[in-house]
Design a protein around this ligand. Structure first.
Ligand code: AHM
Ligand code: MG
Length: 333
């Protein structure tokens, strides 16, 4: 098959993720290319992890390491490997100033000032740990901030509001491997073609429908929900169908493409919710807003939260604008 024959359905040229990011850079006259290099490092990490996830059962990468992380959660072998892959790739890019990972207790400031760049990257290297060993879709989530002064990075560079994000995205390792990315001008999706090792644009300009027909929440926690949340779930299940994977990346991916609402609320068992603000809530809230949807804690816009520490958590609802506003109306009563 010649290159000319490899066209997308509408007869457009193939757009690789690298080509698309370069085109965004060219739109900004003062751009230096540093974000492009950083995103190339993220892209490399995702390809590497995608390959290891596929092989995991064959090369003894399933199961636990036997240790717990700072949040008291059992750490899987693939969690550790994915963290190493992203840490190495991001540091080697020379564009990172500070890394915040779900797997690391402390934020990592790149020690050598000569190897420091101007970005703070928050990431969950492999989200959906409970689904790793049974082969259900999992993913990587990342958010990117600009550091205030790369010579003197401080904790204030990562403990900040989601409104200051300049980019975010996730990569889903599922029946297909897809990178969803926003640099603040909409949301685009790129599917990994394993034959050529490139992410190719397959979902340009993703826009959430104003309403969906799906609600997604772990109803096993219903007994712990507060009254507005219980009432909302009772209400929404009368009209919508339920879908819940238990991997945030997959549940958000479905919500972005089909619409509807996903939530992991704070409740009497998890007083601050389960999902971590810096590398789960913010990146996803940024994407959802960029796609025309909405993200809320129930009473506050999710991007306006101010975390108190790097692993801080929050309750969260995200999805189609009208669905999220309906949820908020139960908290306003
Ligand atoms: P993890 O980062 O340890 O994988 O936990 C986060 C995951 C999310 O992907 C998902 O939305 C949630 O935990 C599911 O939690 P639960 O199993 O309590 O429903
Ligand atoms: Mg996670």
């Amino acid at each position: 098959m010649s290159f000319d024959q490899i066209k997308l359905g509408k007869g457009e040229d193939l757009v690789t993720l690298t080509r698309w990011v370069l085109a965004q850079q060219q739109e900004v006259p003062e751009a230096t290319g540093s974000l492009t290099i950083l995103l190339t490092a993220v892209q490399f990490g995702c390809k590497f992890v995608a390959s290891k996830v596929k092989q995991a059962g064959l090369i003894n990468l399933l199961g636990l390491t036997g240790t717990a992380n700072v949040q008291g959660e059992d750490v899987k072998k693939l969690d550790v490997l994915a963290n190493d892959i992203f840490r190495n790739s991001l540091i080697a890019s020379g564009q990172a100033c500070m890394l915040v990972s779900e797997e690391d207790e402390n934020a990592m400031i790149i020690e050598n000032p000569n190897e420091r760049g101007k970005y703070v990257i928050t990431f969950d290297p492999l989200d959906g740990s409970s689904n790793i060993d049974c082969g259900v879709s999992i993913g990587t989530i990342f958010g990117i901030f600009k550091v205030n002064d790369e010579k003197n990075p401080t904790m204030a560079d990562c403990i900040r509001s989601g409104r200051e994000l300049i980019a975010s995205g996730y990569c889903m390792y599922g029946s297909y491997c897809e990178m969803i990315l926003s640099v603040g001008n909409g949301v685009n999706g790129f599917t990994l073609d394993p034959a050529i090792g490139e992410f190719i644009m397959t979902h340009p300009n993703i826009t959430l429908p104003p309403r969906g027909k799906i609600y997604s929440v772990n109803e096993g926690n219903y007994k712990y929900f507060d009254e507005p949340c219980k009432k909302y779930v009772d209400h929404v299940k009368q009209k919508y169908t339920a879908r819940y994977v238990g991997s945030m990346v997959s549940d958000i991916h479905r919500t972005l493409l089909y619409g509807g609402i996903f939530g992991y609320p704070a409740d009497s068992k998890s007083k601050k919710g389960k999902l971590r603000i810096l590398y789960e809530v913010f990146p996803m809230a940024f994407l959802i807003e960029q796609a025309g949807g909405k993200a809320t804690t129930g009473t506050q816009n999710a991007l306006d939260i101010l975390p108190e520490h790097i692993h801080d958590r929050s309750g969260i609802w995200l999805g189609s604008k009208e669905d999220v506003e309906e949820l908020e109306s139960f908290y306003a009563k």
